[in-house]
Design a protein around this ligand. Structure first.
Ligand code: IPE
Ligand code: MG
Length: 224
């Protein structure tokens, strides 16, 4: 969800205004996903690198996350949305951690849409934490190094309950992956759009999903 800052700055407004508008867009996109056949939607809200921003912006984003959970909980539950979070939570405010755990618990029986929000998430950090878990299993004698497989890793990633993404969309014209779902995106299709996130609509998502439907995915095999 890139481009909130530029969207606001180009209008002479503080960056947080863009983040607030961005959070509004999330509501529309989440609402449109099931109708487009999307059962799993993961959004990148805050990266392990975003702590480098000003204290004001970081705290503002954290309060937007807390408010989103508080204000959207009833609607998400009513719409059958199961909410999960990925990323390293240990550095987040304990109050926010509690809200996150609460809504995960409340929506865990739902499955119309599996919505995952990545907060303090970085693909490298996730792989690093996974490597530590594997190392401690080996050190404790619970795991034979020769028995380590791709599944051993996948079972310990934050995304262990999630399928790999089929399609990754980045807004705002940047053509980087910026540490997003590095392991999981090995065979993902990518779409880059110049649209700033606060201008991203369900209509644009619809046309991207239609285009995705026409792609031939071979996973390394020769064309049929
Ligand atoms: C939103 O857009 C991404 C978040 C970290 C919430 P940005 O804040 O990166 O916006 P730009 O890139 O400055 O326009
Ligand atoms: Mg950005």
């Amino acid at each position: 969800m890139d481009g909130n800052g530029r969207w606001a700055t180009s209008r002479g407004w503080p960056r947080l205004v863009g983040h607030r508008r961005g959070a509004e867009r999330v509501k529309e996109i989440v609402g449109s996903a099931p109708g487009l056949g999307i059962g799993w939607l993961t959004i990148y809200a805050f990266s392990t690198e975003n702590w480098k921003r000003s204290t004001e912006e970081v705290l503002g984003l954290m309060s937007i996350f807390a408010r989103y959970i508080e204000r959207e909980a009833d609607r998400l539950a009513a719409e059958g949305v199961r909410l999960r979070f990925i990323g390293d939570r240990s550095r987040l405010d304990p109050k926010l951690q509690k809200l996150m755990a609460g809504i995960e618990e409340r929506t865990k029986g739902l499955s119309r849409l599996n919505l995952t929000v990545a907060i303090n998430y970085g693909g490298r950090n996730e792989i690093l934490r996974t490597a530590r878990r594997i190392a401690s299993d080996v050190a404790a004698g619970r795991l034979d190094p020769e028995a380590i497989s791709e599944e051993t890793i996948e079972e310990r990633l934050d995304t262990h309950e999630l399928p790999d993404p089929d399609l990754v969309i980045r807004t705002s014209g940047e053509t980087r992956i910026s540490n997003y779902l590095l392991w999981q995106s090995a065979y993902a299709e990518y779409e880059f759009t110049p649209t700033l996130w606060p201008d991203f609509t369900a209509e644009e998502l619809t046309s991207i999903v239609e285009r995705f439907g026409g792609r031939e995915r071979r996973y390394g095999a020769a064309p049929a």
